[in-house]
Design a protein around this ligand. Structure first.
Ligand code: ATP
Length: 283
């Protein structure tokens, strides 16, 4: 708890400085290790956004790992406006990398990453980040002093509450991220479902808030819960940077197991069912 307290205290100091300084957006990225690696922002701001998300033959290597296999290898899929896509797969499969490319933090090595059929590299960076909201396990900022101030207020309260009881910090952090998404009112929600256990009451509150924020939006969710995956319009099973299966829960369950013993949705579910006592946890 002391460490957490120190962490938030440091964060709060950093935010105070950031809000005072110009160019806060870039510094926030630096602070959170999510500095965009792109060289320039596009110019386009669409007048109306439907929220269609497309990746076409996308391959990508992180700049620091060019000698290693790509983080994404010829990945193609489409999510229709208002639909939910659940991204599943083992650790290191490339799930978060899809989010990084959609946020245009990096350029793909090849292929196209599009919002409403326009490549994200052509879209104005700040505008793009108002259209996409990331609800991760940690709240993340992009830019904008109004937003920074709102969050500054939330952090103040968080420190007070968390400092007194030391309980429910994870829930509060998630609720901040969700609140931020509601304020932003994005067309596309990028959701990284928490793996950390919340008590059931907090869990229910977070789920309720999530249901609300998912309405009328396109949602891409890195899913860890069977309840999320089974209701998704499309499931994307990633392994080693490639999409190995794509379809609905029912479609994927009806598929025969791969003859080579490779990863499939059914093997993933079987593995989880055996490994975990929690029947609703996926990975
Ligand atoms: P997890 O479930 O563990 O979060 P993931 O499926 O989201 O995994 P990614 O985080 O997308 O997987 O990682 C894909 C590959 O890219 C991994 O080999 C990972 O080590 C690497 N990688 C991820 N982020 C970075 C980064 N910022 N810089 C360099 N390599 C990275």
């Amino acid at each position: 708890q002391g460490q957490l307290q120190e962490y938030f205290s440091n964060l709060l100091n950093s935010f105070t400085n950031l809000i005072k300084s110009a160019g806060a957006g870039a510094k926030v990225f630096e602070l959170l290790g999510r500095r965009p690696r792109i060289k320039r922002s596009g110019l386009i701001k669409l007048t109306e956004v439907r929220g269609k998300v497309t990746l076409e033959h996308v391959s990508f290597c992180y700049p620091s790992r060019e000698s290693l296999p790509p983080a994404l290898d010829d990945v193609s899929f489409q999510v229709s406006p208002g639909n939910i896509a659940a991204i599943v797969g083992p650790s290191g499969a490339g799930k978060s990398t899809i989010f990084h490319l959609l946020e245009h933090l990096y350029e793909p090595s090849s292929g196209r990453v599009c919002l409403d059929d326009v490549e994200v590299s052509e879209l104005e960076h700040g505008w793009l980040h108002r259209m996409l909201a990331l609800v991760g396990q940690e709240p993340v900022l992009f830019s904008g002093s109004i937003e920074s101030n709102i969050l500054y207020g939330y952090y103040h309260r968080l420190l007070e509450d968390g400092g007194e009881s030391g309980e429910g910090l994870q829930e509060k952090k998630q609720r901040i991220a969700i609140a931020r998404a509601v304020i932003q009112d994005p067309k596309v929600l990028l959701l990284d479902e928490a793996t950390s256990a919340l008590d059931s009451e907090s869990e229910a509150l977070v789920q309720e808030a999530l249901e609300h924020v998912m309405e009328r939006r396109t949602v891409l969710v890195i899913a860890h819960r069977l309840s999320t995956v089974s209701r998704a319009d499309v499931i994307l099973l990633l392994n080693k940077g490639r999409i190995v299966e794509q379809g609905t829960h029912q479609e994927l369950l009806a598929r025969p197991l791969p003859p080579d013993g490779g990863l499939s949705y059914r093997t993933l579910l079987n593995r989880q069912a055996k490994a975990l006592s929690d029947p609703d946890a996926l990975e």
